[in-house]
Design a protein around this ligand. Structure first.
Ligand SMILES: *[C@@H]1O[C@H](CO)[C@@H](O)[C@H](O)[C@H]1NC(C)=O
Ligand SMILES: *[C@@H]1O[C@H](CO)[C@@H](O)[C@H](O)[C@H]1NC(C)=O
Length: 389
C-alpha cells in the first residue's frame, strides 16, 4: 500500500516537474499546475447542468417525497458505480442519459437532486436536478402516485436556485454564468399521456370529452409557457427530449397482451402527434428568441431504431423488462427487492416496465451528444456547447 503510494507520488512529482518546465515558470510547480488546469476548466466544457423532467432522469428527488413512485430500493442502481451499486432513486440499473451527457461534457459531479438537504452552497454551480418520477407538464399529471414534482413546481424550485446563484456570485456574474456556462436538459411529457390521458379506467371519460388533438395542444401551450419562464430566468441553452415510443414499453405490451414484435399503436400515435407539435414549437422559439438555442432531441426515433434492430445493437430482447413482475414481458410491477432480475443487464433495452437500462441510456446519450440531424436538431449537444456563447 505504502510503496504504491510512494510510486504514485514519484510519478506525480515528475509530471509536475515536466509541466513546470513546459510552462516555463519559475513559480512553485504545484501552484502553476493548479492554476493552468483551473484556467482550462473556465474556458471549456459545461459548468452547470440543470435537469428537469420525470423518472427518466430523476436522480433522487422522489426519495424525499411521500410517493408510490420510488426507485430507492435494490436492485435499482445495481450498476451505478458512484454509489457502489446502492440505489440512489434513479429508475434504472446505472446512470441516466443526462448523467452520462454531463459526464461526457466534463462535469466533475452528477447534478444532485434539488430536494437533497446537501444540495446547497457552491455545489449548485455544477447544476441541480429537479426531475421527479411521475411528474408531467400538467400539474395534476401523476396524482395517482400521491406526491411528485410537476414541471410548474420544478420551475418554482429553479427560481429558488436562481436566487441562490445571485447570492453566491452577485447578480451580474450569476446572469453571465446562466446565459453562457449552463445547459438545461428537459425530459417530460410521457406521464401526461401514460399516467393521465391513457390511465386505464379513469380517463375514458376524459378521452370522450377531450379529443387527442385538443389535449395535446393544451400540453404544448402549457409547455411553451414553461419554457418562456425558464428563459425569463436567463436559461439559454435547452435540450428538449421528445416522447419515446410509449406503446413499446413492457408495461404497455403486457397490459395490451401484444405479441413479441408488436407495439401498442394508440400510445405511439399520441407520442408522435405530440412530438410533431413539439418540433414546431422549438423551431418557433429558435426563431423568436435568437439569444437562445432549443435542441429537439429525438428519443422516439433513437429508441424505435434500437427496438426494431435490437439484435444488431447486441440486445437479446426489446420487449421483456430485466427487472419486474407480470406477464410475458415482466411489465406490471416495478423493479424491487422481490422482482426477478435478468442475468446480463446489458442485453436488455428495458430495465423495468417503463425505463431503459444503462446500456440503452449510453446509446441515447451518444446520439444526443454526437448524433446527426435525425437524432437531434438543429445541432447536436457537442456543437451546442462548442459553438455558442
Ligand atoms: C400545482 O399543484 C400544487 C400541489 O401539488 C399546488 O400547490 C399548485 O398551486 C398547483 N399549481 C397550479 C398552477 O395549479
Ligand atoms: C421568481 O420568484 C419571484 C418572487 O421571488 C417572482 O416575482 C418571479 O415572478 C418568479 N419568476 C418565475 C419565472 O417564476
Amino acid at each position: 500500500m505504502r510503496e504504491r503510494y510512494m510510486g504514485v507520488m514519484r510519478v506525480l512529482i515528475q509530471v509536475l516537474f515536466l509541466l513546470t518546465v513546459i510552462n516555463g515558470k519559475t513559480t512553485s510547480a504545484s501552484a502553476s499546475v493548479s492554476i493552468s488546469s483551473s484556467n482550462s476548466q473556465e474556458e471549456e466544457g459545461l459548468k452547470g447542468h440543470f435537469i428537469f423532467g420525470d423518472s427518466h432522469v430523476d436522480s433522487g428527488n422522489n426519495n424525499y417525497l411521500v410517493s408510490t413512485s420510488k426507485a430507492n430500493l435494490p436492485p435499482n442502481g445495481i450498476d451505478f458505480k458512484a454509489s457502489g451499486g446502492w440505489p440512489t432513486g434513479r429508475f434504472t440499473n446505472g446512470r441516466t442519459f443526462t448523467d452520462i451527457i454531463g459526464e461526457e461534457l466534463g462535469q466533475p459531479n452528477y447534478a444532485p437532486p434539488f430536494l437533497a438537504p446537501s444540495t446547497i452552497g457552491e455545489k449548485i454551480l455544477n447544476g441541480v436536478n429537479y426531475a421527479s418520477g411521475a411528474g408531467g407538464i400538467l400539474n395534476h399529471t401523476g396524482s395517482l402516485f400521491v406526491n411528485r414534482l410537476g414541471m410548474d413546481i420544478q420551475i418554482d424550485y429553479f427560481n429558488t436556485t436562481r436566487k441562490q446563484l445571485d447570492e453566491l456570485l452577485g447578480k451580474a456574474r450569476a446572469k453571465e454564468y446562466m446565459t453562457k456556462k449552463t445547459m438545461l436538459s428537459i425530459v417530460i411529457g410521457s406521464n401526461d399521456i401514460l399516467n393521465n390521458y391513457l390511465l386505464p379506467g379513469i380517463s375514458t371519460a376524459q378521452m370522450i370529452l377531450q379529443p387527442p388533438d385538443q389535449f395535446l395542444q393544451q400540453l404544448i401551450s402549457h409547455f411553451r409557457a414553461q419554457l418562456m419562464r425558464l428563459y425569463s430566468l436567463d436559461a439559454r441553452k435547452f435540450v428538449v427530449t421528445n416522447i419515446g415510443p410509449l406503446g413499446c414499453i413492457p408495461y404497455q405490451r403486457t397490459l395490451n397482451q401484444m405479441s413479441e414484435s408488436e407495439c401498442v399503436s394508440l400510445p405511439n400515435d399520441l407520442a408522435m402527434q405530440y412530438n410533431a407539435l413539439l418540433k414546431n414549437l422549438l423551431e418557433e422559439l429558435n426563431y423568436d428568441l435568437p439569444q437562445a438555442k432549443f435542441l429537439y432531441a429525438n428519443l422516439y426515433d433513437v429508441l424505435m431504431e434500437l427496438i426494431k434492430n435490437h439484435q444488431q445493437y447486441g440486445f437479446d430482447t426489446a420487449s421483456v423488462a430485466c427487472c419486474g413482475i407480470g406477464g410475458k414481458y415482466a411489465g406490471f410491477i416495478p423493479c424491487g427487492p422481490t422482482s426477478p432480475m435478468c442475468w446480463d443487464h446489458s442485453k436488455y433495452i428495458f430495465w423495468d416496465p417503463y425505463h431503459p437500462t444503462e446500456a440503452t441510456n449510453l446509446i441515447i446519450s451518444q446520439n444526443f451528444l454526437d448524433g446527426q440531424l435525425h437524432h437531434i436538431s438543429p445541432s447536436n449537444i457537442r456543437q451546442l456547447i462548442n459553438n455558442f456563447s
